[in-house]
Write a protein that binds this ligand. Structure first.
Ligand code: C5P
Length: 222
């Protein structure tokens, strides 16, 4: 059986990581969360007071930074220079600043390089913003997941409430829109549907339905 490379891109909160994790699990593929890598660098830059608009400083910081993604029974742990930062990289400080760190070309080129090494063996599900366009342009299957901002904010809101985080829905919606805007408007490798990606609007779909739809696409290609 042929091992595919599956690229899943889309805006913030479209359910990419949830779905990608399950699909990878069902196929016994490796799941690679590229957003976690940008988040880890952002966390370190904030810790070290590095200017997030200084491209040279960010690129230098990344060169001396080790980021490992470790599979666990519950998903994936993110290990930054030997330290587990899985929880820290989901903070709102990181979430609201990560787009700045993900903007410069030199940072992205180094990240893409690392991501391509992780994907080299095939049998991968990788999620992000530029996977179909830059990281794995030769992927056998490219999916572009979208959902209305309202729905994406609602999902994030429910998630936060379930974790016991008090959340302002309108603020959450604004933050998601702003992150999408920054990710879509940056000059180098913006969030963009690859020409050969299949778009899936998940606004009124359940997680199971999205997983099923992607597994059907896989069967058609395998
Ligand atoms: O996927 P997640 O929401 O965790 O990604 C966090 C941020 O990392 C995105 O908003 C984007 O700025 C950046 N990112 C990126 N390219 C990727 C994955 C994430 O620019 N391939």
């Amino acid at each position: 059986e042929k091992k595919l490379r599956i690229a899943i891109d889309g805006p913030a909160g479209a359910g990419k990581s949830t779905v990608a994790k399950i699909v990878a699990d069902k196929l016994s593929y490796v799941y690679i969360d590229t957003g976690a890598m940008y988040r880890a660098l952002t966390y370190k830059a904030l810790q070290q007071d590095v200017n997030l608009h200084d491209e040279v400083a960010l690129a230098a910081l990344l060169r001396e930074t080790k980021i490992a993604l470790q599979i666990t029974p519950h998903g994936q742990d993110v290990i930054l220079d030997g330290q587990n930062v899985s929880a820290e990289i989901r903070s709102s400080a990181v979430t609201n600043n990560v787009s700045f760190v993900a903007t410069p070309q030199t940072v992205r080129e180094e990240m893409v390089d690392r991501q391509q090494q992780l994907a080299a063996a095939g049998g991968v599900v990788m999620d992000g913003r530029d996977i179909g366009t830059h990281v794995m342009p030769e992927a056998e299957l490219k999916v572009f997941l979208i959902a209305s901002v309202e729905e994406r904010a609602k999902r994030r809101y429910d998630e936060n409430m379930a974790k016991g985080f008090e959340t302002d829905f309108e603020k959450l919606k604004e933050e998601i829109s702003l992150r999408d805007k920054r990710d879509s408007e940056r000059e180098f490798a913006p969030l963009k549907k690859a020409d050969d990606a299949l778009e899936l609007d998940t606004t009124s779909m359940s997680i199971d339905e999205v997983v099923e739809a992607i597994l059907r696409m896989v069967t058609e290609r395998a």
